[in-house]
Design a binder for this molecule. Structure first.
Ligand code: CA
Length: 427
């Protein structure tokens, strides 16, 4: 009998937001949840970068004693990327993400955490919140200025004190090593669940539905029924002792996933939004509360937008921007790390992949692989040639449009010369 993880990951954009900025990862040795923030085009990148750097740990053999070191190094590398990315694209300054990552080796689990996503452990029938929220209101609770009940209703309850972001200082992580015990069930979730569904309802659901997939779907449905005002992401795993071969296909969900734009399971988006208006109780809409009128919901949403601005300002006031080192060109590396870790466990991309494909109406040599993962493009144009697609015979043009793989840059250049020889125009 060996100890192994059974796992699922689910993510839903919710009923109000248009972009899913959460990312989740579940694999045989690694569970990750990241809730990105920073405007429409930053949070999805931030959470994807976190997953990109952590995912390769799932495919590596790790000794039991340095699990936390490995997690810390991966988060630190993600931090470096976020700082560089923010420098290269100043309009994205302020992007960041929460991170919870659990890495298993044998009976040990290393865990790092920053932000307000939560990890819960169901052991012996009792669900216990393992992580502390790194929020301003939790700080006020800790020093006795607020009761937990007041904190739940506080208009600035989403203001984070700590996050993995583009600030020059290294992120301050909570770190721990725990026992992986057969029978344990771990739940990682974004605040799209925990801010809108009560802890009792979450506990009851996690306890009462044995099937991991059904349980994760039920949790998502609860958050949608509460109004689905935020992205909702669930990573759920059981520690089991078994003789069966363990699962080994990782699941990636949310912003880092290929199907990142998939619609909410709350149904057709127009209908779902209309329904959400009649259901939602604004903040914090907990399942079981009464419902407000559509006008109220509209007003709450405006207030939420104001809250978000106020929260951003509050965070900015807490942490003045600092100077950062400028380096660019990291994206291919990040993307390849993600592919290497997540899609083909243990296999290292050589970073010398090339292919030939169209760039607008010309033939071009690309570096990378002809895919994108979430917001990360896995290739870029290495060289745009002077060969127009229109000058190629039909079959050659079709080949280029289907993408011609090359084994090296030299091979790609040979392919281009072959194509040039087939053009109807003189070179
Ligand atoms: Ca969130």
């Amino acid at each position: 009998m060996t100890l192994t993880l059974r796992y699922v990951a689910r993510s839903d954009v919710g009923l109000i937001r248009s972009v899913n900025q959460d990312s989740g990862y579940a694999g045989p040795h690694l569970l990750v949840l990241a809730d990105g923030m920073g405007g429409p085009a930053g949070g999805d990148i931030a959470s994807s970068v976190a997953v990109a750097h952590l995912a390769p740990l799932d495919g590596e053999a790790h000794g039991g004693d340095d699990l936390v070191d490995q997690l810390r190094r991966a988060v630190s590398a993600a931090h470096t990327d976020l700082v560089e990315y923010s420098d290269a694209k100043p309009e994205l300054a302020g992007l960041g993400t929460t991170v919870i990552a659990l890495l298993r080796s044998g009976r040990k689990l290393g865990m790092v955490h920053v932000g307000d996503s939560r990890a819960y452990l169901l052991r012996d029938g009792e669900l216990v919140q393992i992580t502390a929220d790194h929020t301003f209101v939790q700080h006020l609770v800790d020093i006795g200025q607020l009761t937990p009940e007041e904190a739940e209703q506080h208009p600035h309850r989403s203001v984070l004190l700590r996050v993995l972001g583009d600030d020059a200082a290294e992120p301050e992580l909570d770190e721990s090593v725990r026992e992986a015990r057969a029978g344990d069930r771990w739940l990682l979730c974004s605040d799209g669940l925990s801010s809108y569904v009560s802890a009792e309802t979450i506990a009851e659901t996690v306890r009462s539905i044995p099937d991991l997939g059904e349980c994760a779907d039920a949790l998502i449905d609860l958050a949608l029924r509460a109004g689905g005002q935020d992205n909702i992401t669930i990573v759920l795993a059981d520690v089991v002792e078994t003789d069966e071969l363990p699962e080994n296909t990782p699941m990636i969900v949310g912003a880092a996933a290929v199907d990142r734009s998939k619609p909410t399971r709350g149904g057709d988006s127009a209908a779902a939004r209309a329904a959400a208006l009649t259901r939602t109780t604004g903040r914090p809409a907990r399942v079981g509360d009464g419902s407000d009128s559509p006008a109220d919901a509209e007003r709450y949403r405006d207030e939420d937008a104001e809250d978000e601005r106020a929260a951003e300002e509050a965070v900015l006031a807490l942490e003045p921007p600092r100077r950062r080192a400028l380096r660019v060109g990291i994206w291919v590396l990040v993307a390849l790390a993600l592919v290497a870790g997540a899609l083909t466990l243990g296999y290292r991309w050589t970073q010398t992949q090339y292919f030939v494909a169209p760039d607008a109406d010309h033939v071009a040599i690309y570096q990378g692989i002809p895919q994108s993962l979430g917001p990360l493009d896995l290739s870029h144009v290495h060289e745009r040639t002077t060969i127009a697609l229109d000058d190629l015979p039909a079959f050659a043009r079709t080949r280029v449009e289907d993408v011609i793989a090359a084994t090296s840059l030299a091979d790609a250049e040979t392919i281009v010369e072959d194509l040039r020889a087939q053009t109807t125009e003189e070179p």
